[in-house]
Design a protein around this ligand. Structure first.
Ligand code: SME
Length: 157
C-alpha cells in the first residue's frame, strides 16, 4: 500500500459529508485498509471500557472476542504498556488470544487521548512476519489522526 496515499484518502473521507459521523470514519478505515493491502487480513477498533476492551468497528470475519478482559491477549498489552505490540509469529506467543486459525501475525497500536490509551487499532495478518517499521509509523499516524473519533465511539453504548 502507498501509505501516504492511504492517509490522504482517509483525511478526504473525514472531510467529506459521511466523515462527520465518527463510527462511519472508523468503518471506512477498516474496510479501506483491507481493500488496499493484502497483508491487512482483519482490521478492527477496540475501545477501553472499564476493565474491558470492547470491539467496535471492524472489517473481516466475525470474532468471538468482542469483549476482552484487560489483562488477556496481545490487545491488552498494547493498552497496559501504552505502546505498539508487533508480533510477527502469533502461534509462538502464549499471550496471544486466537481469533482466526489463518492468522500468523498481529499488530496492535494504541489510540491515545491526551497521552492516555483510550482504544486501539488491531490488525491481523495471514502472512507471517507481515508488519514492519513502516506499518508501525503509518498506524501510529493513523491512531493520532483518529483520536477524536475513537473517543466519541468509546463514549457511545
Ligand atoms: N488476537 C487478539 C484478540 C483479538 S483478535 O485478533 C480480533 C489478542 O491476542 O488480544
Amino acid at each position: 500500500m502507498n501509505q501516504e496515499q492511504a492517509l490522504d484518502e482517509i483525511v478526504k473521507y473525514i472531510n467529506g459529508p459521511d466523515g462527520k459521523d465518527p463510527g462511519s470514519v472508523l468503518q471506512f478505515v477498516c474496510d479501506y485498509l483491507r481493500k488496499v493491502d493484502a497483508r491487512y487480513s482483519w482490521v478492527g477498533f477496540y475501545v477501553v471500557k472499564g476493565d474491558n476492551l470492547i470491539l467496535k468497528q471492524f472489517s473481516g470475519e466475525e470474532t468471538e472476542h468482542k469483549k476482552i478482559k484487560i489483562g488477556e491477549g496481545l490487545c491488552s498489552l498494547a493498552v497496559l504498556r501504552n505502546e505498539i505490540v508487533n508480533e510477527n509469529d502469533v502461534k509462538s506467543n502464549k499471550t496471544y488470544l486466537a481469533c482466526f486459525p489463518s492468522t500468523n501475525s498481529e499488530i496492535v497500536v494504541p489510540v491515545r487521548f491526551h497521552g492516555e490509551p483510550i482504544g486501539e487499532i488491531d490488525v491481523d495478518s495471514d502472512t507471517k512476519d507481515a508488519f514492519g517499521m513502516r506499518d508501525e509509523k503509518f498506524l501510529e499516524d493513523l491512531a493520532d489522526l483518529l483520536s477524536q473519533q475513537v473517543k466519541t465511539v468509546a463514549s457511545e453504548n
